[in-house]
Write a protein that binds this ligand. Sequence first.
Ligand SMILES: NC(=O)c1ccc[n+]([C@@H]2O[C@H](COP(=O)([O-])OP(=O)(O)OC[C@H]3O[C@@H](n4cnc5c(N)ncnc54)[C@H](O)[C@@H]3O)[C@@H](O)[C@H]2O)c1
Ligand SMILES: [Zn+2]
Ligand SMILES: [Zn+2]
Length: 365
Amino acid sequence: MQQVKAVVARGKGQPVEVTTINVPDPGPGEAVVQVQACGVCHTDLHYREGGINDDFPFLLGHEAAGVVEAVGPDVTSVAPGDFVVLNWRAVCGNCRACDRGEPWYCFATHNATQKMTLAEGPDAGTELSAALGIGAFAEKTLVAAGQCTKVDPSARAAAVGLLGCGVMAGIGAAINTGAVTRGKSVAVIGCGGVGVAAIAGSALAGASTIIAVDIDPKKLEQAMKMGATHTVDSSKVDPVEAIQELTGGFGADVVIEAVGRPETWKQAFYARDLAGTVVLVGVPTPDMKLPDIPLIDVFGRGGSLKSSWYGDCLPSRDFPMLVDLYQQGRLDLDAFVTEEIGIGDVEAAFEKMHHGDVLRSVVIL
Ligand SMILES: NC(=O)c1ccc[n+]([C@@H]2O[C@H](COP(=O)([O-])OP(=O)(O)OC[C@H]3O[C@@H](n4cnc5c(N)ncnc54)[C@H](O)[C@@H]3O)[C@@H](O)[C@H]2O)c1
Ligand SMILES: [Zn+2]
Ligand SMILES: [Zn+2]
C-alpha cells in the first residue's frame, strides 16, 4: 500500500478536491501505474454532478498515459517500466461478444478487484469509485492489467493519453462504427473533442467530403484545422438542407451525431443519403426520447442507425496503431491538447469546458 495525491469528488455538485488516497499493491490481474498525464473529459464532470450514479466519493480522471510501476504475481501482459495508455475496455475473452469474435462489444470488461481508499479526513478508509474503473487524476492508480495498453514509449503522454477516451470515441465512431473509407462523404454534428476527433478520423480514412456542423463558430474554425472540408453553422442555417446541398442534393453517406440530443439526432437521420449510416456517439440523458419520425421514413430510407460506445475500439488493436500514426505526423493528437494544467486545476478546467474554451485540458502529474 502507498499514499499519493489525487482528485476526489466527495458529493453531488461539490467542487472537487485534491486529497491523499491509499493505493493497494497490485494483486492477481492488477497493475499500479504511475500516471504522467490525464485529460479532463466531460464524463468526469458528469460523475461529480451525480449524472452517472451516486457512488460517491469518486476518484476522477480516465484519459491517461503513464508507466507501469508494479504488477500482480500472475501478470504477463505488461511489466514494470512499460509505457501505457489506460483503457476502459479490458476485454474478458469469454463473454458471448468475445466468443463470437467481436471483443469490442465485450459485456464483462475487467477492472481492478481491490479498491483504492481515502487516506485523510473523518472518512479515511472509505472506498473510492474510480471513474470508468480508472481514476487517473492521481499520481498513481490501481487498474486491471488488461486496462494497460503498451504504446511507443517515445510518444508525448499528454497527447496519447487522450486516446484513452474521447479522442478514441470520436475516431472510432468514424472508422469503426461508421466504416468511413476513402471517397465517402461524412457530416459530423457537434464539434467538441469527440466530434473533432471524428473529423480527424474521417480525414485519416480518406473521406472526400467532411462537413462540420456546430452552433459555435469557434468550434467550426477548429474543425477546419482538423480536416473538415466544409462547415455549417446550424444556429444560422438548416443543417439538413446545407448538408444536402454540399453532397449533390443527396445527403452524406455517414452522419455522426456527437452532441447527444434528440433534435441533433433527427438532423443526422435526415441529413444522410438513402442507405446511409447514422452513428450516435453523443450520450443522451435518461429523460430524452427518440424524436418524432414516421416509421415509414426509417423503412423507406434504408441504411443503418448505430450507436458507438468508445468508438467500438479494441484498445490492443487501435491504440498502438493510432500512436504510430501520431508519431509519423499523420494524426495531430497535439492539437487536442489546449492546455497543460496541474492536479489542483481540475475544477477550473470544468469551468472552461462549460464555456467551450478548450478541446482538452490535460493534467500533468
Ligand atoms: N460514446 C462514447 O463512448 C463517448 C465517449 C466520450 C464522450 N462521449 C459523448 O460525446 C458527446 C460530446 O463530447 P465532447 O467532449 O465533444 O463535448 P463538448 O461539450 O466538448 O462538445 C459538444 C459540442 O456540441 C456542440 N453543440 C451543442 N449543441 C448543439 C446543437 N444543437 N447543434 C450542433 N452542435 C451543438 C457544442 O457547441 C460543442 O462544440 C457528449 O455527449 C459526451 O458525453 C461519448
Ligand atoms: Zn468479453
Ligand atoms: Zn471520457
